[in-house]
Design a protein around this ligand. Structure first.
Ligand code: NAP
Length: 475
């Protein structure tokens, strides 16, 4: 059985107190690895290593830092098969998906920021004959990066790549449920030439080592992706010490389908936006809103597509959906389906656990629920979607905006003006029109309302991980 170690000061190390947590493979339900249950003592070592590394890394010529990050991206590509296998076993997602999306996107994140940093410039204002004002942007220092389990290496790298590119040292914690690819990244970062202490990876529980990273006086910025309830704790803790904080949180995303849409595309993509990665993507649409004149036709076609979804062994190339990440999460998803029935919902498809070893659940479609009921208000984060009708644009916008969340929204229409109108009226940080999950990495990414604060992506992340200082010179 694999024993995972922390990565501190360029070396793999056992947790100082020798305590481990079991990591269960969702596809089999069996123990897969031992994960360090890190403590304050491990954090203290990482802090010392980061402090020592910071002057070297932050003053390294930008093009040299860039080359190291490019090399790391290349090494991820080179190790794609091994990393994808570990990601799939750790998380339960189909291996083909980890190969096609998670791991390529992780290398793309490093490559993107390796290039972005050499093109990043700060602002200058010249008041002719009076003064010159310029903004110096220096790295914040030592930063904490905390990521969730659903897209493990993809989201881990999305945080640490801009932090490292900007010249910060990082103390990072992946989810205790999916630590494997972050563990492997330690060695790859060393092979890429990253100096010791620049990237430190601590494993363990959020409430202990995660909280300790956020609380430690040395971490000057915290980038967190996870649930809204945890984000509230992280935000409150970080603000006490006036740290910079970026929170990417949960969603309850609407998928609005107008009668004038390309129905073939809307059905095909809605199935993907509902069930890709077992519905465990923060950007999955979980509330499908359909204009009443096409409701019956959409429903019939959508359900027919659902019948084709094969749920099974993540290692099997035919599995469209694999296993949910844990038994707890499986129980949570199932409890929401029971709740939906109590709330008067009718299960049109699925609604059951799959009787086999591991944590498998059927793709589930429910109709007949009020927009304000808990099933339509709370994030389930699994393969469960609701179907609702709307009469007109106004009602669609009203239902779309009726939750506390504001992460993403998908709109299906062939009316260009309506696409803009509805996009501007829906309170979501990301709007897709006639597509889903496509995005240029230069664009700001993040949610409104309880879906988070701050934006990641492009120069937004480089700005977040830097400290601006204005210098004003009188002419
Ligand atoms: P979570 O329970 O909030 O955990 C996220 C991370 O925070 C994990 O590494 C967790 O460690 C750690 N953590 C827990 N308590 C902490 C604390 N007090 N201080 C510091 N860190 C702490 O979320 P999750 O269940 O892993 O992920 C699912 C959620 O993430 C969903 O709500 C989903 O919508 C959201 N998400 C959002 C985005 C986005 O970009 N907006 C992207 C992906 C996922 P442990 O694993 O050890 O508890």
């Amino acid at each position: 059985m694999q024993k995972i170690q922390n990565f501190v000061n360029g070396e793999y190390r056992d947790p100082i107190k020798g305590d481990y947590i079991e990591n269960i493979e969702p596809g089999t339900g069996k123990v897969f690895a031992q994960v360090p249950n890190s403590t304050q003592e491990d954090l203290d070592l990482a802090v010392e290593a980061s402090k020592e590394a910071f002057p070297v890394w932050s003053r390294m010529a930008v093009d040299k830092r860039s080359r190291i990050l490019h090399k790391l991206a290349d090494l991820i590509d080179y190790n794609l098969d091994d990393l994808a296998l570990m990601e799939s076993r750790d998380n339960g997602k189909p291996l083909w998906l980890a190969k096609a999306v998670d791991i390529p996107r992780a290398s793309a994140n490093f490559r993107f920021y390796a290039s972005a940093i050499v093109n990043f410039s700060s602002e200058a204002q010249v008041s002719e004959g009076f003064m010159v004002n310029y903004t110096r942007r220096s790295p914040v220092g030592i930063v904490g990066c905390i990521s969730p389990w659903n897209l493990p290496l993809y989201l881990f790298s999305w945080k640490i790549a801009p932090a490292l590119a900007m010249g910060n040292c990082v103390i990072a914690k992946p989810s205790e449920l999916t630590p494997m690819t972050a563990f492997l990244l330690g060695k790859l970062s060393k092979d890429a030439g990253m100096p010791n202490g620049v990237l430190n990876i601590l494993h363990g529980e959020g409430k202990s080592i995660g909280q300790a990273i956020v609380e430690h006086e040395v971490t000057k910025a915290i980038s967190f992706t996870g649930g809204t309830a945890t984000g509230r704790i992280v935000g409150a803790t970080a603000s006490q010490q006036f740290k910079k904080v970026s929170l990417e949180l949960g969603g309850k995303n609407p998928n609005i389908i107008f009668a004038d849409c390309d129905l073939d595309e809307a059905v095909k993509t809605s199935v993907k936006s509902s069930f890709t990665n077992q519905g465990e993507i923060c950007l999955c649409g979980s509330r499908i809103l359909v204009e009443d004149s096409i409701y019956d036709e959409f429903k019939a076609r959508f359900l027919k597509e659902c019948e084709k979804i094969v749920v099974g062994d993540p290692m099997n190339a035919k599995s469209i959906m694999g296993a949910l990440v844990s038994e707890d999460h499986l129980n949570k998803v199932d409890s929401y389906v029971l709740l939906a029935k109590e709330e008067g919902g009718k299960v049109l498809h699925g609604g059951n656990r799959i009787a086999r070893e591991g944590f498998y659940y059927e793709p589930t479609v429910i109709e007949g629920l009020d927009k304000n009921c808990r099933t339509n208000q709370e994030e389930i984060f699994g393969p469960v979607v609701t179907l609702n009708k709307f009469k007109n644009e106004e009602e669609a916008i009203d239902i779309a905006n009726s939750t506390r969340y504001g992460l993403s929204c998908t709109i299906w229409t062939s009316d260009l003006k309506r696409a803009h109108r509805v996009s501007h009226a829906v309170q979501s940080g990301i709007i897709w029109v006639n597509c889903w999950l496509v995005r240029d990495l230069r664009t700001p990414f993040g949610g409104m309302k309880d879906s988070g604060i701050g934006r990641e992506g492009g120069n937004e992340a480089l700005r977040f991980f830097s400290e601006p200082q204005n210098v004003c010179i009188k002419l």
